[in-house]
Design a protein around this ligand. Structure first.
Ligand code: PNS
Length: 160
């Protein structure tokens, strides 16, 4: 069985992420979307919220699971018995960081390979931080985050 892990902060998941997940699910038998429990970045949404948003967004994809991890990604890969990391690449600005991350992961575990999916040009401008900013200033995120989670994201970020 070919297996892969698509890791990220997903704070929150966007339609750009969902597009990568849907395309990856056509290429692999078993896809795990892995949410980083990142203590240093102080995310807007808890791991439980981010995981729940993704679960709702991928309910139509039978070969996609959602998990979370803290610590090193390569350790999580070992736990999952997976060797392929999927990352989305939006523009040149993503490249340097992604190149460094992929190289470091291979250095930490030589069996791990990173495969990059080019982001659909429709979403090349989209990021989770922009979504948060738009919602906080009362803008519409229709089409920017998966439809089933729009209301929850809006309610959660505007009620403080
Ligand atoms: O969505 P993001 O924030 O770009 O995702 C980054 C992520 C989660 C893939 C990366 O920060 C990560 O894997 N963090 C876990 C710690 C780790 O293994 N770092 C790589 C070696 S320094």
């Amino acid at each position: 069985m070919n297996k892969c892990v698509y890791p990220g902060s997903f704070d929150p998941v966007t339609t750009g992420h969902l597009d990568i997940i849907e395309r990856t699910a056509k290429l692999f038998d078993d896809v795990t979307v892995a949410v980083l429990n990142n203590y240093t970045k102080s995310p807007a949404f808890s791991v439980a919220e981010r995981t729940a948003f993704i679960k709702k967004s991928v309910a139509h994809l039978k070969n996609v699971r959602v998990g979370s991890f803290d610590g090193l990604l390569v350790d999580y890969m070992k736990q999952q018995d997976a060797k392929i990391i999927i990352r989305g690449l939006r523009a040149l600005s993503d490249f340097e960081h992604e190149f460094q991350l992929a190289a470091m992961n291979t250095k930490l575990c030589s069996e791990v390979e990173t495969i990059f999916m080019m982001t659909n040009t429709k979403y090349s401008f989209l990021s989770s931080s922009m979504v948060r900013e738009i919602v906080q200033f009362g803008g519409s995120v229709e089409g920017l985050v998966p439809a089933p989670i729009i209301d929850e994201i809006r309610n959660r970020l505007t009620k403080q």
